[in-house]
Write a protein that binds this ligand. Structure first.
Ligand SMILES: NC(=O)c1ccc[n+]([C@@H]2O[C@H](COP(=O)([O-])OP(=O)(O)OC[C@H]3O[C@@H](n4cnc5c(N)ncnc54)[C@H](OP(=O)(O)O)[C@@H]3O)[C@@H](O)[C@H]2O)c1
Length: 223
């Protein structure tokens, strides 16, 4: 069965990704910021290994690379991310902005560079990055959320670049929008539906579609 590496499995969509892939019998490496408190992920039945990974710590990412050395990885789901807070213009928290960029943008690039040989050796060869509609420049008609929006817009640009650079190795690189998922206060899309939708997009993309930005319901989004 395919091997899936998922980041940000402490809570929310990451836990559900791990649960759904494990339920299908896949081998899941679920990385958590703090495995000791990731009770939901540790309780998942099946072939699930939990490992510590702080996306802002390149030493952790290198350790993941060493752990997987020589092992094929079919799908990378780069899911870990920070959303809140969204201070308005005039109240920017620059330290927090840097932390958001490290987590949502720079860490995922380091992860892609670290695991590229594992993905190239896998059967499915997919890197999926959980982005956000809020990272769409074309759809930004409401302003605000500078840190989060810029981190996801940067992630989208990274996806386009990786799609080009990794095409010769037959690796598909895609950006996903989970919908306004119920992990967020007021979120309307049930978590299981968001994740099963994104998994469907990942599997339909296969090796044939790369450099795409799709919602969980398989609608294309403008960059
Ligand atoms: N929910 C939505 O409506 C929505 C919409 C668009 C995009 N997204 C994106 O979907 C992804 C998952 O979000 P979610 O809704 O499931 O929210 P979530 O429950 O907050 O999940 C994000 C996960 O990332 C972890 N994380 C935070 N900083 C990290 C770091 N430095 N290294 C590793 N992991 C870290 C969090 O751990 P802790 O819990 O310990 O902080 C948490 O488990 C994120 O990339 C988010 O931006 C969500």
């Amino acid at each position: 069965m395919p091997t899936i590496v998922i980041t940000g499995c402490d809570t929310g969509l990451g836990v559900e990704f791990a649960r759904q892939y494990a339920a299908e019998g896949h081998r899941v490496l679920a990385t958590c910021l703090n495995p000791d408190t990731a009770h939901d992920t540790r309780a998942i039945k099946g072939n699930v290994e939990v490992m510590k990974l702080d996306m802002t710590d390149h030493g952790d990412i290198a350790a993941l690379g060493r752990h997987l050395a020589g092992a094929p990885v079919d799908i990378l789901v780069s899911n870990a991310g920070i959303g809140r807070p969204h201070p308005p213009f005039g109240q920017t928290d620059y330290d927090n902005w840097r932390r958001i960029l490290e987590t949502n943008l720079i860490g995922p690039m380091k992860l892609a560079e670290t695991l590229v040989d594992n993905i190239a050796a896998g059967e499915l060869k997919i890197m999926a990055f959980v982005s956000s509609r809020m990272g769409s420049i074309a759809l930004n008609n409401s302003g605000g959320s500078y840190a989060y929006r810029s981190s996801k817009a940067g992630l989208n640009m990274m996806v386009k670049g990786l799609a080009v650079d990794l095409a010769p190795r037959q690796i598909s690189v895609i950006a996903l929008h989970p919908g306004w998922a119920a992990t967020e206060p007021g979120g309307r899309v049930p978590v299981a539906e968001s994740v099963s939708g994104m998994r469907g997009v990942i599997h339909r993309a296969g090796r044939h579609h790369t450099g795409i930005f799709q919602t969980y319901s398989d609608q294309p989004l403008p960059w």
